[in-house]
Design a protein around this ligand. Structure first.
Ligand SMILES: NC(=O)c1ccc[n+]([C@@H]2O[C@H](COP(=O)([O-])OP(=O)(O)OC[C@H]3O[C@@H](n4cnc5c(N)ncnc54)[C@H](O)[C@@H]3O)[C@@H](O)[C@H]2O)c1
Ligand SMILES: [Zn+2]
Length: 388
């Protein structure tokens, strides 16, 4: 493992070659080298993957994990690029696309493939794909031989601004989403905005909702920027995408570094919109009618409305948020009938409740979210009954 100072030099040399690039340094305390890494964001990063990885990895042994859709689009070029930089890449593990892949069976297959390639802990597992690939490949890397190297090349907007940052990896179990997993930080995250050109518009908007979430949590200026530039970003403008991805990664990295294992109330802020959102996702049965990002955007609006009803948030901030979401073409209402009682029941099963009280992330306005730990659960039900 290169000490951080050497890694910095190697990266800044590479950085000088690409003026448009944007790098977020992530450094968990104590800053030993395994816990310091860069998120590199730019318009042609995939074509530099080999040199970028070579600058931070000590072993040339790697194995790419991807899904069928992403493999068709980007795998051949990536393999060639890595070989040109002297990497010895095993035959890639190509998984079926979609959430159902995040299960024990595929995890076992991935581990068996690593064993058949005689990989060891010095090897690096490279996740090329959306959050599904990042989560299962990262978990496989975390447990293979008690922890192999890991690098992320996220290819959906959601993965670029959310799932590739923070080190959470995992799979779903029969009992629910993300119930088995581990924290495993990557050695580098390579974000190429160019891959967003092939992403379906609906997936792009779902990722945009998570970008909006960071602005709503703590950055009113960023919200104003999104009001001005959101449409351009969604239309595919690479500079706008790069700026917003950088802002989002920085916001998430600052939060996770301050509260890596979620023991304080800081990381919980990232759950803005997620209590309502997870309930909507569960009611939708994960059948594709509502994507995670769509549920989170709708959930953020509900959290703002609930905050307004409690006298915490000005009504004009709620309308400003709704107005921006509608203008950007984001979902603001569930696409199916959500009964208040059903939604409340899902919200109750999603979290710990004590004495009829629950925790929600609420807001005092745009960019002013906070964790409210003493919400009377019956008030949430009353709000949902009024709303749905
Ligand atoms: N680890 C975390 O902190 C974290 C955070 C948020 C979400 N997640 C997880 O992320 C997952 C959702 O991730 P997602 O939204 O990226 O979904 P996904 O990985 O299923 O990708 C969505 C679809 O887009 C396709 N795709 C990916 N990149 C593409 C590209 N460039 N062009 C065309 N098609 C492309 C995929 O094949 C897939 O069909 C969930 O499992 C969720 O639990 C994890
Ligand atoms: Zn989310």
């Amino acid at each position: 493992m290169l000490p951080p100072a050497v890694k910095e030099t190697a990266l800044s040399t590479a950085r000088n070659m690409v003026p448009s690039e944007n790098t977020v340094h992530v450094s968990f305390a104590p800053a030993e080298s395994a816990r310091v890494y860069d998120i590199v964001i730019g318009q042609d990063i995939l074509a530099q993957a080999g040199e970028r990885l070579a600058a931070v990895l000590t072993s040339k042994k790697i194995c790419i994990v991807t899904d069928e859709t992403v493999a068709r689009l980007y795998l051949v070029n990536l393999m060639k690029n890595l070989e040109m930089s002297g990497f010895n890449a095993c035959p890639p593990v190509i998984l079926p696309a979609g959430e159902r892949t995040k299960n024990f069976e595929h995890l076992q297959n991935i581990i068996d493939r690593f064993s058949s390639y005689k990989l060891d802990r010095s090897a690096t597992i490279v996740a090329l794909g959306g959050g599904v690939v990042g989560d299962i490949a990262g978990f496989a890397a975390a447990i293979f031989m008690r922890g192999a190297g890991f690098a992320q090349i996220p290819t959906t907007l959601l993965a670029q601004v959310d799932s590739s940052v923070g080190g959470k990896t995992g799979i779903n179990t029969a009992a629910g989403k993300n119930l088995a997993g581990a924290f495993h930080q990557p050695k580098i995250v390579l974000i190429d905005t160019g891959v967003l050109k092939t992403l379906p518009p609906r997936e792009l908007k779902a990722g945009y909702a998570e970008i909006l979430k960071y602005a709503l949590i703590g950055d009113p200026d960023f919200f104003a920027w999104l009001e001005q530039n959101g449409a351009t970003l969604l239309a595919g403008d690479a500079a706008a995408q790069e700026y917003a991805i950088g802002k989002s990664c920085r916001a998430k990295a600052a939060i996770v570094v301050a509260d890596e294992d979620e023991r304080k109330d800081i990381r919980a802020l990232l759950n803005l919109g997620h209590s309502f959102g997870h309930a909507l996702e569960a009611l939708g049965g994960y059948d594709g009618r509502i994507l995670h990002g769509e549920a989170v955007g709708t959930g953020c609006l509900l959290a703002f409305e609930f905050s307004r009803d409690r006298g915490l948030c000005p009504a004009e901030d709620v309308e400003r948020l709704r107005g921006h979401m509608q203008k950007a073409g984001l979902m603001t209402e569930p696409p199916f009938k959500a009964a208040a009682e059903d939604m409340f029941a899902r919200m109750q099963s999603d979290k710990k409740n004590r004495d009829g009280r629950t925790t929600l992330v609420l807001a005092r306005g745009i960019g002013r979210a906070f964790v409210a730990g003493d919400i009377v659960a019956a008030d949430v039900l009353a709000f949902l009954k009024k709303r749905f």
